[in-house]
Design a protein around this ligand. Structure first.
Ligand code: 0L1
Ligand code: MG
Length: 262
């Protein structure tokens, strides 16, 4: 690691304050160009510890930048991983206060829930399929704390991969009922279709993203627990939302979910 422990904690406090106060910042590698990958995840871990210490509950994990559309949109070529706490959760149909966020964008997600714990390394698509209880449609609301969503991969990992809110549709679909590579994904904003894709846009199969996430956690002595919410990554590019916008998502054979921004 290149950064001192105090710097890690100071940067975690800074980024979390930006999240809680809905104010942006420049990317942290501007002031810390030597920051390495371990530092980036250590800052993310410190943000997680701050939240858990104040009573938040860890409810899941996310893979991000797992589709070529998202990688192209953000100018990176590697997925990244983050955590989800209960305070990020919204209900299907909820109104999210736009002014509680900086510059939110919404992206469609295929959400996995496991019946068995998954522990890497060595986790593969087959293990994910065997461990999956059901899948659901979901939206992730991302809200980079970095000005104009301008960042590098280390900065965004430290910022818990822009995680801000998520919502899952209430219908649980067993994997036997759906081919996650060929399912059609349609996202609409204010009644107009704004992003379309098939499930295979996520690394060829969304379960591949879950396997990567389990392997990432395994390297760090963690696992994907049964029952956790697992976001496999935006299937399409993310779409910016403004106050008053309504977004809805249909995933073929899986279901629908919607959100409004107030
Ligand atoms: O979940 C995601 O794909 C977001 C990863 C972070 C990059 C971004 O803010 O778009
Ligand atoms: Mg996402």
């Amino acid at each position: 690691m290149a950064l001192a422990t105090k710097t890690i904690h100071d940067l975690a406090e800074h980024l979390e304050n930006c999240e809680l106060q809905a104010k942006d910042t420049v990317k942290i590698t501007d002031a810390h160009p030597d920051m390495d990958w371990q530092d980036a995840y250590a800052i993310q871990d410190a943000i997680r510890q701050r939240k858990l210490a104040r009573g938040a509950r860890l409810v899941g994990f996310k893979a991000g930048l797992t589709s070529h559309a998202k990688m192209k949109q953000m100018g990176v070529d590697t997925p990244c991983f983050g955590f989800l706490v209960d305070q990020f959760a919204a209900n299907d149909g909820d109104v999210i206060a736009h002014n509680s966020l900086i510059h939110p964008k919404v992206e469609p997600e295929i959400v996995f829930v496991l019946k068995h714990e998954l522990r890497g390394p060595g986790c593969h698509i087959g293990a994910v399929l065997a461990a999956t209880d059901f899948v659901m449609p979901g939206f992730e609301v991302i809200d980079s704390r970095y000005r104009d969503f301008k960042f590098d991969l280390k900065s965004v990992i430290a910022d818990n991969t822009s995680a801000a809110r998520f919502v899952v549709g209430g219908v649980a679909t067993p994997l036997q009922a759906v081919d996650l590579r060929t399912v059609g994904v349609v996202m609409a904003k204010n009644g107009e279709n704004v992003a379309l894709a098939a499930g295979a846009a996520v690394l060829g199969h969304p379960a591949a993203a879950v396997a990567m996430l389990a392997n990432h956690l395994g390297q760090r002595g963690e696992s994907l627990p049964a029952g956790a919410v697992i976001l496999s990554g935006g299937v399409t590019e993310a779409v910016a939302v403004a106050p008053g916008d309504h977004v809805s998502l249909r995933i073929q054979d899986i279901g629908r979910v919607s959100l409004r921004f107030g």
